[in-house]
Ligand binder design. Structure first.
Ligand code: IMP
Length: 423
């Protein structure tokens, strides 16, 4: 059976966690394929909020298998904390949470290297979540990394020591003052490894291959968003993995011809956390309203997210790169109360009108060209069918569908599982 993909189409924080949770009952397996604890996937049900960082968002469902794929990087300390949260809620994960032996491990020194690298960049900093993501993927591509499967080998501790020592020497090369107590960090790390080792490590590509043969349905859950992709995002202000559809092939071992639907998630407006260009960013009252009503603060770092109007140039680009087949629009409720809505349909690029994403979208090169639309006042949060939606919102949806040449199949009108309208 084909593997469906679920991806964020903007700069992350689109609401992937909620939709995975909503859709999990349709799938046998939920598999994360890239990123690590830089992600914060928020799920709300039965009046309670849950935030997951590395564990797939299907974990609260009784029967779904949750797989952490080879493309993911794992911080054992954060993973252990996530498990403890699940324990508090009596979620049984032992028999349904599997980790790929090929997933790479974030060492305490990766986090220190991340901090040193960011501090050394000064004003040019990326705004990393400082979870050690970049240095861990650097070790992966540099062929120095340590993987989950290494934990089962006898020379694991030697390998660990050699890499950690090398990292310490590298930290010394940065001209910044990073304070740390490695012995303390290592005590916590080795304790967390014990917990991690109580879980099931598997050859995940083989597991997925067999599951496909048996007709099991699989949903691949992306993290971050397409505009943070290492190749196609707003480089260098990006994360260190392929967040786009191709990342699911390499991050799980799924062949391209085995991909089914590509579900693209976007917010009805745009947000970005961290540094980097953002053509439709607002610095006025409208942006402040989106931030306040949308509660736009990072689930992982608590940082305020930058807010702006929907950027269709960037969204179209993301749909193309990913081969999106269905769209899902999140946080429509946050736009209630705006008299006029703006949608960016083209850029003014060095004096020319263009409708594609150029190499350089810094503000000195690009300014957005907007189409204005009528807003709506109705509170959407209690609505549960498409027919209840205000006309102005339906017009907004129709406009987006025409521009993107894709159907919007879900409109989310609040954070709760129940606040989801299927179209
Ligand atoms: P890193 O991946 O933690 O190094 O962060 C690189 C950039 O990606 C920074 O701008 C982060 O704010 C952003 N980023 C990383 N993960 C997420 C996420 O899950 N949601 C939104 N932004 C993210």
């Amino acid at each position: 059976m084909a593997v469906d993909l679920l991806l964020g189409l903007q700069w992350g924080d689109e609401g992937k966690g909620k939709i995975v949770d909503v859709l999990t009952s349709k799938y046998n397996i939920i598999a994360r394929f890239q990123g690590g604890p830089n992600a914060g996937h928020t799920l709300v049900f039965n009046g309670k909020k849950h935030v997951l960082h590395t564990i797939p968002s299907g974990i609260f469902h009784e029967n779904a298998i949750n797989l952490v794929g080879n493309g993911v990087v794992i911080d054992p300390v954060i993973f252990k904390k996530e498990l403890e949260k699940l324990d508090e809620q009596s979620v049984n994960y032992k028999d349904k949470l599997f980790i790929s032996r090929k997933a790479h491990i974030i060492l305490p020194t990766h986090r220190l290297l991340d901090a040193a690298s960011e501090a050394s960049k000064g004003k040019a900093k990326i705004g990393s979540t400082l979870k050690g993501i970049g240095p861990t993927y650097m070790d992966k591509t540099g062929r120095n990394g340590l993987r989950i499967g290494d934990l089962e080998l006898e020379d694991w501790e030697e390998k660990y020591r050699a890499l950690a020592d090398k990292h310490e020497a590298m930290i010394g090369f940065y001209d910044v003052d990073i304070q740390y107590n490695l012995a303390e960090l290592e005590t916590e790390f080795f304790k967390a490894l014990k917990t991690l080792k109580s879980l099931k490590f598997i050859d995940s590509e083989e597991y997925i291959f067999q599951a496909q043969k048996e007709g099991k349905s699989i949903l691949a859950e992306g993290a971050q968003g397409s505009l943070l992709d290492i190749d196609f995002g707003t480089y260098p202000f990006v994360t260190s993995s392929n967040t786009t559809a191709a990342g699911a092939c390499t991050g799980l071992g799924v062949a391209p011809n085995k991909i089914g639907d590509v579900l693209g998630i976007f917010k009805a407006y745009t947000t970005r956390v961290g540094s980097g260009p953002f053509p439709t960013e607002l610095f006025d009252e409208d942006g402040a309203t989106m931030s306040r009503v949308g509660n736009e603060f990072g689930a992982t770092t608590g940082r305020a997210r930058r807010c702006g109007w929907l950027d269709l140039v960037a969204l179209k680009y993301a749909c193309q790169i990913n081969g999106v087949t269905k769209l899902m629009m999140m946080k429509a409720d946050v736009l209630s109360g705006f008299k006029t809505l703006k949608v960016c349909t083209a850029y003014n690029y060095k004096g020319q009108t263009i409708d594609h994403l150029p190499f350089n979208i810094e503000p000195e090169n690009v300014s957005p060209i907007y189409t204005e639309m009528k807003g709506w006042n109705e509170d959407l949060t209690g609505m549960n069918s498409s027919s209840q939606l205000p006309k102005a919102l339906n017009d907004y949806i129709d406009f987006l569908e025409k521009e993107l040449e894709l159907s919007i199949t879900i409109v989310s009108v609040g954070p709760d599982r129940e606040q989801t309208i299927f179209r």
